[in-house]
Design a protein around this ligand. Structure first.
Ligand SMILES: Cc1ncc(COP(=O)(O)O)c(C=O)c1O
Length: 331
């Protein structure tokens, strides 16, 4: 169904077909034109609605997911919200293992949406039994009639963006896009969207955004998983301490790393200069675009699309709270 035309049958019919907006004041001094794809316009307020719905509906088609079943997942919050919303509409129980880095707002929100939430320590290796990956696996094993969504290692994560986000951006820019800048976590968004766009025009550059404290950039450059790169950081959903198979590194031309502080201030600046109440990784994406621009990746004719992954309301107790910013030493 086409978004906003007629009456939707359920809230799930409103997933995807998100708007794109030209950035005006904040990118004025940068070479090129900049457009933000606003994933906060999904009903679950993030890009994760796309993958959650695609993976659930695929499991239904295969007959793996039946009425009354349980959906289990690891999530920094957004995928969990999307799955909980889908569970409410379609009648599935939802159990989520989340990192203790997730904001309290996000955790409360998941519970409000009817999910059972297990909070796990963020700063332990992925193979540690306390990590949210291992906790989710063990819940899945213990719960009869359950499905593990496994977004980090699920090809359908890439496929969801290949089928929806990529074609939408191609259409919205009338094929004029020259650069795509995307935050990389599981890697589904950058890989699926990037693959589709490069198939339309192989000259399009796919520029990744990674966090200081994550292994992705170095792995992309060297093929080595270097755990010495791992250090704690604050941005949720960006970067990783493992290599997800939902990332197709061949599609990505290069990565830039951004700091917690610069991403936070850039998000605040987007709000003030553009009136877009955006999430933390939107700040990371624009900060990375600025770093790329400084290194002359863009010229006056560049058409740069930034995917803005989620909504600012999820960060009221973090980057939009002065006390939190002071605690981090940012102000
Ligand atoms: C807020 C936010 N930004 C960016 C990302 C990264 O997207 P992807 O997992 O598709 O790489 C995530 C994923 O968890 C996220 O929650």
């Amino acid at each position: 169904m086409i978004r906003n035309q007629g009456i939707s049958n359920t809230i799930l019919d409103l997933v995807g077909e998100t708007p794109m907006v030209k950035l005006q004041r904040i990118t004025k001094k940068l070479k090129g034109s900049y457009y933000a794809k606003l994933e906060a316009f999904n009903p679950g307020l993030s890009q994760k609605d796309r993958i959650a719905l695609h993976i659930v509906e695929n499991a239904e088609k295969k007959g793996i997911l039946k009425k009354g079943a349980t959906i289990v997942e690891t999530t920094s919050g957004n995928t969990g919200y999307s799955l909980a919303m889908i569970g409410l509409v379609k009648g599935y129980k939802c159990i989520l293992a989340v990192s203790d880095k997730s904001s309290q707002d996000k955790i409360d929100l998941l519970k409000t949406m009817g999910a059972e939430v297990h909070v796990c320590p963020a700063n332990v290796p992925a193979a540690d039994p306390r990590s949210y990956y291992e906790v989710a696996k063990s819940i899945h094993k213990k719960t009869p009639n359950s499905v593990y969504i496994n977004q980090y290692f699920n090809e359908l994560n890439i496929d969801a963006h290949y089928r929806t986000t990529g074609p939408e951006i191609w259409k919205q820019t009338e094929g004029k896009i020259t650069h795509l800048v995307v935050a990389s976590g599981t890697g589904g968004t950058i890989s699926g969207t990037g693959k589709y766009l490069k198939e339309q025009n192989p000259n399009i550059k796919v520029l990744g955004v990674d966090a200081i404290g994550s292994v992705l950039k170095k792995y992309h450059e060297t093929g080595q998983l270097d755990l010495n790169e791992v250090s704690p950081y604050k941005i949720e959903g960006l970067g990783k301490n493992l290599i997800p198979t939902a990332t197709n590194f061949d599609v990505i031309d290069i990565y830039e790393k951004v700091s917690d502080k610069e991403a936070a201030f850039t998000a605040r600046e987007i709000v003030k200069k553009e009136g877009i109440f955006c999430g933390y990784t939107c700040g990371a994406v624009l900060q990375a675009a600025r770093q790329y621009e400084k290194q002359d990746y863009f010229n006056k004719d560049s058409v740069v699309v930034l995917i803005f992954p989620d909504h600012g309301s999820r960060y009221m107790n973090k980057i939009y709270n002065d006390s939190w910013m002071k605690e981090q030493g940012f102000i």
